[in-house]
Design a protein around this ligand. Structure first.
Ligand code: LLP
Length: 436
């Protein structure tokens, strides 16, 4: 099932999410429109949270805001007793603005600025994830108060089975200190000498859209071995570890992702076994899921415009969005499985089409060779599993305006972000006044 948990069709074949009529929402808020099903967001977060609460040493679920972030999302995290993983001063500011307890914030990132490190320290965040010698030097130069809480990002030398562009755990990566070549132990040695820093433990994140969980035990084993060496060589005992995020989701029917519970069982059972084998105490456990929370909850809705039939070649059906709101097909070769918002008799004849975006690039294709009922200008088409890494990576390409976002639950739709306007685009322009 690719659609959000609460989705279904009424007797007229009209798609509903959160007990709201999708075509009605499109009419009210315009398209492209991104609809988030609160039930899916909450149930995913709860599955992670319940598993972390069951971990003997406790821990936290820090939803990875880079997948999708907004004030409403942060407020929902607060309601669900979860924290946030931020990767920039901007994301940090959004979290604080929405009222999130700073101690529930983690801050990874491979090249934080001095201002970002200062903002994190002053806010009193849960932990900064140290990623480089440059950052260690920056932290060394900081005042001793407030003392920064931190984890050290290690790169366990594991390459998960995912797209090259979203694999991060291998030796050749811009992220973290390599365990393999000894730089992680060196960084730990330095970190432990800094009075401006309280090092709590280690962090890893091996990649994203991981559908085969076997990469996790291997990486966790590396982490446990590293922690055992850290205790032996430096007397360091971690009180917190983060295993990052990475759990994949279904974008098309062929995808068969593990459940959140399966992911958490794999992580907790291997971590517990690996640490106990080294006779190490269990630290608090942090997970940073992004895609597996926001992805399945999000539905993108577009209006069809032009149709172009090239006899013997293919039929293009163009919609009013595309790569400016969803760059994933172009960037990662990601596949999606669009469906009609209103499916008359459900069994109406299907045709093979390519769903094209409206932007000026031939590679602006949302879904190639997909089966859909005949769609004509004005018809609505939806893309499921569109909640993660779409809006958060959106652009204003071709001076387009980013879509509106609606949260739905129990028959109520809340506009949480309005569609951008041309004035939003013009606001930062500097120069002679623009005639109205
Ligand atoms: N923690 C860290 C340190 C990360 O770098 C990431 C994702 C996550 C957690 C969350 O991972 P997730 O649970 O979402 O897999 N734009 C790409 C994905 C980039 C992932 C970047 N880091 C895409 O659209 O596939």
């Amino acid at each position: 099932m690719l659609l959000p948990d609460s989705a279904g069709r009424d007797t007229h074949g009209r798609l509903r999410v959160g007990d709201c009529d999708v075509a009605g929402l499109a009419a009210e808020y315009g398209t492209p429109l991104y609809i988030f099903d609160e039930q899916t967001l909450r149930s995913r977060l709860r599955s992670f949270r319940d598993a972390v609460h069951a971990w003997p040493a406790g821990g936290d679920v820090l939803y990875s805001g880079k997948a999708y972030l907004g004030l409403a999302m942060v407020r929902l995290l607060i309601e669900e007793d979860c924290g946030l993983d931020v990767v920039s001063g901007g994301e940090l500011a959004v979290a604080l603005r929405a009222g999130l307890d700073p101690r529930r914030i983690g801050f990874p990132g491979n090249n934080k600025t001095e201002q970002e490190v200062a903002a994190a320290a002053e806010a009193g965040i849960g932990h900064l994830v140290i990623d480089s010698d440059h950052e260690l030097a920056m932290i060394a130069a900081r005042p001793a108060v407030p003392r920064l809480q931190a984890l050290l990002r290690i790169s366990p030398g594991i390459r998960p089975d995912t797209h090259d562009f979203i694999s991060t755990g291998q030796l050749d990566s811009k992220f973290g200190f390599s365990v393999e070549n000894g730089s992680a132990m060196e960084a730990l040695r330095t970190a432990l000498t800094l009075p401006t820093l309280q090092l709590r433990g280690v962090h890893m994140h091996i990649g994203s859209q991981i559908l085969d969980l076997r990469s996790y035990p291997a990486a966790i084993q590396m982490m446990a071995t590293f922690l055992q060496q850290a205790r032996r060589q430096l007397g360091f005992v971690a009180d917190t570890v983060s295993v990052g995020g990475g759990l994949g989701i279904a974008y098309v029917d062929d995808d068969d992702p593990p459940t959140v519970a399966e992911f958490m069982t794999t992580v907790t059972s291997t971590l517990q076994a690996a640490l106990q084998a080294q006779d190490l105490p269990l630290p608090a456990l942090i997970v940073e899921p992004g895609r597996s929370v926001a992805g399945p909850a999000g539905l993108a809705v577009y209006t069809v415009g032009a149709r172009k039939q090239i006899p013997g070649v293919r039929t293009y059906v163009a919609v009013d969005g595309g790569m400016a709101d969803n760059i994933r097909p172009k960037l990662y070769g990601a596949r999606y499985q669009p469906l009609p918002v209103v499916d008359g008799d459900g069994g109406s004849a299907r045709e093979l089409v390519t769903l094209a975006g409206r932007y000026c690039e031939s590679t602006d294709i949302l879904a190639k060779d997909v089966e859909l009922p005949r769609l004509d200008a004005g018809d609505l088409v939806a893309i499921p599993a569109a909640g993660a890494y779409t809006l958060s990576m959106a652009s204003n390409y071709n001076v387009s305006q980013r879509p509106a976002v609606v949260f739905v639950a129990g028959g109520i739709a809340r506009l949480v972000r309005r569609r951008e306007t041309l004035d939003d685009w013009l606001a930062p322009e500097v120069g002679p006044p623009i005639p109205a």
